[in-house]
Design a protein around this ligand. Sequence first.
Ligand code: UDP
Ligand code: MG
Length: 325
Amino acid sequence: MKNKIVSIVISAYNEQDNVAELYKQLQKNLQKTKNVDFELIYVDDGSSDKTYVNCLALQKKDERVKIVQLKRNFGHEIAMTAGMDYAKGDAVIFMDADLQHPPLYIPQMIELWQQGKEIVLTKRVDNVATSGLYKFCAKTFYFILNKLSDTKVLESAPDFRLLDRKYVDFLKGFNEQDRLFRGLLSWVLPKENVAMIDFVAPERFSGESKYNFAKSLQLALNSILQFSVKPLRLATYLGLLSAFVAVLLGIYVFAEHFLMHNPTPGYATIVVSVVFLGAVQLICLGIIGEYIGKIHMEVKKRPLYMADYIEKTAKRGRKNAEKDI
Ligand code: UDP
Ligand code: MG
């Protein structure tokens, strides 16, 4: 019987010193699997360093290496999408290029898939190096997201996972520009045939994280906007709250004036009320504006990315196909 194929999709943005080490570790671990062949899809997300050249060098040695070269930096979520689009495997494993997703766990993921699991997720168990502040921010983010969203997004579930072809094809049906893979996955997550592996993420092998505080915050806000319209309702609640406060204030002013014969000095109250109401209105406009911005971007239905696909085929040499999706 012909072996099944597993595609390993690796997103790499300025990871020149990591791609070869990852390949080495993959080589070592993939040998431990049985009855399965691999294709290794390195997605170069518009790197400005030698990531692409180093991937080409790997491809020279091993024709299982395929490269999706994005024409500029499109971001991690789109890089994963591009890798998924080009993957031909019966299952696809997604992982980072910086070795924080240890290849050591791949044989176990594949074994679970061969036993019938259709999705193998991983859960990052905090290591000693994970800072208290990071844990607090992550917890708060997932708490808010899950309170606001109808789809429960898995906590501590990094983008290191195996998906059966069935789910890959399903996920390819999502066309939104602004996407959070773990959220989309939560949307399709079945009750059965899902396995979970715990792992401790090591420090990245080389280079620096691409996510600073501002980028993480932006991702967090985007995720909330993508999965929920509840913030829009906030406008209604704030309006009701302001009306309630206004009524209380009115009763107070009325009582002061007519019962205690002590007219309330107006200046401070007026300034505070005007500023408060101004702030409420700006917040509401801001929230509505965020949603309109998202609609504006999504209705254009632009291609998600532009990429070259580089594959070494035995007879025809290198195939270089340009594709817009
Ligand atoms: N990455 C990417 N495009 C980007 C940013 C990151 O493909 O615009 C890749 C990056 O090369 C890495 C993975 O996504 O393989 C996760 O990024 P990073 O390690 O910086 O995130 P962290 O692990 O610090 O959350
Ligand atoms: Mg990392």
